[in-house]
Design a protein around this ligand. Structure first.
Ligand code: DC
Length: 226
């Protein structure tokens, strides 16, 4: 049995991380973990409890949140106290709240521990903001995936439209820039490219081209482990 591998994909919102990571996980037979969904579940919970404007209350309550990640037929679903919130966490108002709540160190401590526990012993592809820097510092491969803010907003608009949750482009772009700023400027594990991460800019790449590029990087890195 060869040793398991891990691939860390970090980058700003809308760079295509989850779509590409899912495709890559299927091709490589690895588990995919969307860590943003875990932060979103905490954000949704705190929103429902009316605690998002009170960081101390969020920190005091985060360890009591009943959060669970399940993989059903290879697809990740996320549960809060047994309720499947996989769709509810995608509502646009949850995005900004999540970015705010994710800056609280107690939230990060709880979720980083859970993410490391879920990954243990599996071939895993994880995406997020601090995977290469904090969650999987010894990942087999680290990728920093980015694209221009305009292209990321355009893609996010299409995605929202497909889900019947269309929003104006200018609003999506403004919120994306605000969220990028917040995610890169927080004190606790800000979004940053790990020193040893490979930079992939998907601005001018199709989805297929991005997957192919990252698969080539993955096969090279996995092959090099032996
Ligand atoms: O990837 P996403 O857009 O679903 O993430 C939502 C928010 O969660 C993002 O704005 C910042 C936070 N997040 C984080 O701080 N660390 C991660 N590993 C993943 C997400």
């Amino acid at each position: 049995m060869s040793k398991s591998f891990s691939i860390a994909i970090d980058g700003p919102a809308g760079a295509g991380k989850s779509t590409i990571a899912k495709a890559l996980a299927r091709e490589l037979g690895a588990m995919y973990l969307d860590t943003g969904a875990m932060y979103r579940a905490i954000g949704l919970h705190m929103l429902r409890k009316g605690l998002v404007d009170d960081p101390d209350a969020v920190a005091a309550n985060v360890n009591d949140v009943d959060i669970e990640v399940r993989h059903v037929d290879g697809v990740q679903r996320i549960f809060l106290s047994g309720e499947d919130v996989s769709e509810a966490i995608r509502q646009p108002e949850v995005s900004m709240v999540t970015s705010t709540v994710s800056a609280i160190p107690a939230v990060r401590a709880r979720l980083v521990a859970l993410q490391q526990q879920i990954a243990e012993g599996h071939d895993v592809i994880m995406d997020g903001r601090d995977i290469g820097t904090k969650v999987l510092p010894n990942a087999t491969l680290k990728i920093y995936l980015t694209a221009s803010a305009e292209e990321r907003a355009r893609r996010r608009c299409l995605e929202l439209e497909e889900k019947g949750m269309a929003e104006p482009y200018e609003k999506v772009l403004k919120e994306m820039i605000e969220r990028d700023y917040q995610d890169t400027h927080r004190a606790a594990s800000p979004l940053t490219r790990a020193d040893d991460a490979v930079l992939v800019d998907s601005s001018d790449l199709t989805l297929e081209q991005s997957v192919a590029r990252m698969k080539a990087l993955a096969l090279e890195a996995i092959g090099n482990r032996h």
